[in-house]
Write a protein that binds this ligand. Sequence first.
Ligand code: FPP
Length: 241
Amino acid sequence: MPDDGRYLSGPRHVAIIMDGNGRWAERRGRPRLFGHHAGARRVREVVEACPDLGVKYLTIFAFSTENWKRTQIEVAGLMSLFRSYIKREAMALKEKNVRVRFIGDRPGLDHKLQAQMDELEAMTEHCDSVNLTIALNYGGRDEVARATKRLAQDVAAGRLDPEAIDEETLPRYLDTRVLPDPDLVIRTSGEARISNFLLWQSAYAEYEFIDTLWPDFTRDVFAGLVGNYAGRDRRFGGVKA
Ligand code: FPP
């Protein structure tokens, strides 16, 4: 269980559903991809703000398993944006000591993109300032299904005793197995949904649903939400000490 005393300090792990790029662009009479490019620029600002705000883990939802239903133009544009983001930001991330990880169903992605993702993870594996996790082709239910498959394989092979399965077992099979659970989940753009993001991991997270569209999400907006969190009382189902 998480440590009850933590509610007085800031969030160690913040997860963000970056929503509203399309509407931001449409309001300017521009194509949706224009909004995604503006959104990608905000990612840098938010990652750079983490050390000052005491945020050690940042997890961002870049592409969901449901996002393939968008038009082929938008999907292709997003994939190309992810490739150019990795190419452009890799050195800066390493220099800023940011460790990058990806979660999601990797085999479902283009081979070139997968190779870039592997390379960026390897390049930054010794970095320890901020842990940036990018959810790409990620869905919470898909993650639990993939984890369950591996768990069942271990049971079938005699490596795992079904009687020994408890709440600590499944997380060891999730994509996020090396990460702590998120303390704070933020969703931008006024929608109050979690859209299949970190379903298991967010059981005790605090949520912030804010109207700001992702491309307008500045460092100051981020700092404000981190500050709000520090004033909250997290009891994890128990009572305050
Ligand atoms: C949701 O906005 C956003 C996405 C589906 C993509 C998120 C991607 C980025 C912020 C771009 C870059 C990320 C990285 C890691 C480089 P929406 O299109 O659903 O907006 P809408 O609800 O206004 O239509």
